[in-house]
Design a binder for this molecule. Structure first.
Ligand code: NIG
Ligand code: FE
Length: 385
């Protein structure tokens, strides 16, 4: 297949210009075969030709942080917050109760619906966490659904201490690091922890991450969302792939993340929905950190699957350039997931492309809220459009 007539192509290929005018992309099966200026199209490209008539093409979005598997919603909590109530980590327990009461089939239907919604706005790779089961029986149930709908699966048994263990958080951490991890590690690639006041303190978070690492899982940390704290430095110490949220950082935190090669995954839709201060993307970039952008889709703090919204927020509110934000939503997400086969339009990568109904990728930030994602190609197949 040849995608031709591309007005602006954003490849994220360090060997090419950041964007290529009058470009084309050749796809062979589920892989990119070639990408570049259309005057250089190699001989022998076979199959159908799609003419996108001057539109912009970029890699499919890589959403490296979602909590897609849950039941119920928390519109009433959102409404109360918009009337002035503060956000606290405890709201998670409301969703835990609803999720435990839901069947596997109900959870699957809901997660699939959200996954389809994300695909329509251009997300071709998605990380999905557990974290609303919080028992030895429920967490594996959620991870099975996550594995069905998502591309990357993360065990988040340490999301919050559930009600029945409220008096004994250390006992709960024993459970997470013992039987729960035994049941969940075979279903996951990653282990995550919510390191925050009201969730898990530094010592308990370190225990969870160490146990996850010993079980062969890669590490991710919910860090510094609600206030300054130890999460970002812990992520650096433990060699996590990603530290996420990072709304309240010191310069030492930023240096620790950059120095340890921990990707800083920013989730501005959570700040939007909690009326919080914006994470300082510019300060992270200026210190040489790799920044990813993700949705944090969850029913409490960020009930959106829209990567275009996240890009618009990152540019307008977080001092990222449009070029940086598009990179962070594609190649940055891939880096946060330690993937080199997605997030870039380079030979050998999975053929995941978005065709925008716009002449340049700047329009993603320039036209906030407008559904600009027209065609979505995932693994060489037209999935939307
Ligand atoms: O990433 N921070 C922790 N977890 C979610 C919130 C989940 C919830 O409120 O249900 C987040 O924002
Ligand atoms: Fe989260």
């Amino acid at each position: 297949m040849l995608v031709d007539g591309i007005g602006e192509l954003v490849t994220n290929d360090p060997g090419l210009q950041p964007s290529v005018r009058d470009a084309a992309v050749a796809i062979d099966g589920d892989r990119i075969a070639w990408a570049g200026p259309r005057t250089w199209i190699p001989d022998g490209v076979a199959g159908p030709r799609i003419d996108v008539e001057g539109r912009a093409v970029l890699a499919g979005f890589v959403d490296a942080h979602t909590h897609l598997v849950f039941a119920g919603d928390r519109a009433a909590e959102f409404d109360a917050r918009m009337r002035g109530e503060p956000y606290a980590a405890g709201g998670i327990r409301t969703t835990v109760a609803a999720t435990r009461a839901a069947s596997d089939a109900e959870l699957t239907v809901s997660a699939r619906r959200l996954r389809a919604e994300a695909l329509r706005s251009g997300t071709t790779t998605m990380e999905v966490k557990s974290g609303y089961g919080l028992s030895v029986d429920d967490e594996p149930r959620l991870l099975r659904v996550a594995g069905e709908v998502g591309d990357e699966v993360t065990f988040l048994g340490a999301h919050v201490v559930p009600e029945e263990h409220a008096d004994d958080p250390d006992g709960y951490v024993d459970l997470v690091c013992g039987p729960m991890l035994d049941a969940c590690a075979p279903l996951s690639r990653w282990c995550d922890v919510f390191c925050e006041r009201g969730a898990f303190d530094e010592g308990r978070s370190r225990r969870v991450l160490s146990a996850g690492r010993d079980a062969g899982l890669g590490l991710r940390v919910h860090a510094n969302q609600l206030e300054r704290g130890p999460g970002a430095r812990l992520a650096a110490e433990m060699g996590a792939a990603s530290a996420d949220h990072l709304t309240h950082l010191t310069d030492e935190d930023r240096e620790a993340l950059a120095g340890a090669g921990v990707v800083a995954t920013l989730l501005p839709a959570a700040e939007l929905s909690t009326r919080s201060a914006w994470p300082d993307a510019r300060a992270l970039l200026d210190r040489g950190a790799t920044v990813a952008l993700a949705t944090d889709c969850n029913p409490g703090t960020s009930f959106t699957t829209s990567m275009p919204l996240v890009i618009a927020l990152a540019v307008s509110m977080m001092r990222m350039t449009p070029e940086e934000a598009v990179w962070s939503a594609t190649a940055g997400g891939a880096a946060a997931l330690r993937r080199d086969d997605v997030g870039r339009i380079v030979p050998g990568a999975r053929a995941d492309l978005i065709v925008l109904d716009a002449p340049s990728s700047v329009h993603l930030a320039y036209r906030p809220g407008v559904p600009l994602v027209g065609t979505v190609i995932r693994a060489g197949e037209v999935a939307v459009g």
